[in-house]
Design a protein around this ligand. Structure first.
Ligand SMILES: [Zn+2]
Length: 186
């Protein structure tokens, strides 16, 4: 029997060890759960239904910090040296497109949702369903962003991005800035 004939190829990720991948993967899972729960609270509040989680729904507010802190730490490494306008593209370069665009869409929606909340409750005290509707719009965006930031980091290869001639290129580049040859995405 050939020993280790089908040893899987190790992908050198920015998350340098299996332990780190597992650890950060746990936070991806927490963020995904937070997103689903926030979405449940939000859709319920939009429909005017009583919130299924009771007071526990507000723990989603605190849960954001659990995932946001590691997400910011890994994103700082992802976006190191990036121009300000490229920060998000750099931070999210390792996640699937749907995850990236969901994050952008949910941030846009959160702003809209908060404006509507503000307008609909001006001059009166918001009841709990209204308050949950206002807050959960933001929760969804932050959980989705944290999920995408952490997932990107786990899924981004370590090392420099080079063109076929060996010039070091920006991780966002498809073509070399020197001669325009294709960049090798490894
Ligand atoms: Zn080049």
């Amino acid at each position: 029997m050939p020993a280790q004939a089908s040893r899987p190829q190790v992908m050198h990720s920015l998350a340098s060890s299996t332990t780190m991948k597992t650890f950060l993967g746990l936070f991806v899972g927490i963020a995904a759960a937070g997103l689903v729960l926030s979405l449940t609270v939000h859709v319920g509040a939009l429909a005017g239904l009583p919130n299924p989680f009771g007071k526990a729904a507000w723990s989603l507010h605190l849960g954001i910090f659990i995932v946001w802190i590691p997400a910011v730490i890994v994103s700082q490494r992802m976006a190191k040296g990036a121009a300000r306008q490229d920060m998000w593209r750099m931070a999210l370069r390792g996640c699937p497109k749907w995850m990236k665009y969901s994050t952008y869409a949910l941030f846009g929606y959160a702003v809209l949702s908060f404006v509507l909340f503000f307008v609909s409750t001006v001059g009166k005290k918001a009841d709990e369903v209204e308050a949950l509707r206002g807050f959960s719009g933001h929760w969804m965006a932050f959980y989705c962003a944290a999920m995408a930031m952490l997932y990107s980091f786990i899924n981004t290869p370590a090392g420099e991005v080079r063109c076929v001639n060996g010039h070091t290129c920006s991780p966002l580049a498809n073509y070399c800035e020197v001669y325009g040859q294709p960049v090798q995405k490894v």
